[in-house]
Design a protein around this ligand. Structure first.
Ligand code: 13P
Length: 251
């Protein structure tokens, strides 16, 4: 039985005041979730504050990106040891916004995934096709390629600890959610390709769905067999909405 994960991705939203305000309210309404994990991917500037506020709870923090080198002349970048030092638990890697706007390649994402594990952080590896690719029937091909490349060279023991998020680009921030069956079909494609390259690690790897997940549609998506959680953008900005989604994931 895979433990579920609900991850919020704040993207480039919230400042120190609004992040703290979220955490104060959320901590008042949130109750420990024994059967699933919850994390919030905040902007770098808010991670330390969240770490401190989440102490003594079962909530985890996540970064939204990082560099694949430990240190060096990489102006503007943040490294894995910098994140690990403040206690960050997860790191989102290869989000479609990073691929599209910052030209991240599968090779770079693969290096980052390896580096995250080296520093004991769990990568949340994002994959997903664009609308044009789906219209051409290429979604399976594209997503298999992204997943195989992101995991290339990793031992199966580490693959079994990884998280993969299927986020169709056409469903991100558009309000257009994949149907539960479309989401399940692609998450199954992902699990099958992980099995081809990494054997039984496919039974342990967590696969999340992301793209316009809301309190109203979360349950039917989370009920699908190969979907182990959700990566939530817009709806994670509001503590009440985020909590409602977490409740849908509780068994
Ligand atoms: P939305 O939930 O806002 O569609 O964002 C999804 C996403 O990109 C999460 O990483």
């Amino acid at each position: 039985m895979r433990r579920r994960l609900i991850a919020g991705n704040w993207k480039m939203h919230k400042n120190s005041e609004t992040a703290r305000g979220f955490a104060e309210k959320f901590l008042k309404i949130y109750r420990v979730t024994p059967d699933l994990d919850v994390c919030i991917a905040a902007p770098f500037t808010e991670l330390l504050a969240l770490e401190e506020m989440f102490k003594g709870t079962d909530l985890f923090t996540a970064a939204q990106n990082m560099h694949y080198e430990d240190q060096g002349a990489f102006t503007g970048e943040i490294s894995a040891p910098m994140l690990a030092e403040i206690g960050v638990d997860y790191v989102i890697l290869g989000h479609s916004e990073r691929r599209a706007y910052f030209a991240e390649t599968d090779e770079v994402i693969n290096k980052k995934v390896k580096k995250a594990f080296e520093w004991d952080m769990i990568p949340i590896i994002c994959c997903g096709e664009t609308l044009a690719q789906r219209e051409q029937g290429l979604e399976g091909h594209i997503v298999r390629h992204q997943v195989v490349m992101a995991l290339a060279g990793l031992p199966d023991e580490l693959v079994s600890k990884a998280v993969i998020a299927y986020e169709p680009v056409w469903a991100i921030g558009t309000g257009r959610v994949a149907t539960p069956q479309q989401a399940e079909d692609m998450c199954k494609v992902i699990r099958d390709v992980v099995r081809v390259y990494h054997g039984n690690a496919a039974d342990d790897v967590k696969i999340l769905y992301g793209g316009s997940v809301k309190p109203e549609n979360a349950k039917e998506i989370l009920d699908m067999e190969d979907i182990d959680g959700a990566l939530v953008g817009g709806a994670s900005l509001d503590p009440d909405d985020f909590l409602k989604i977490i409740k849908q994931a509780q068994l």
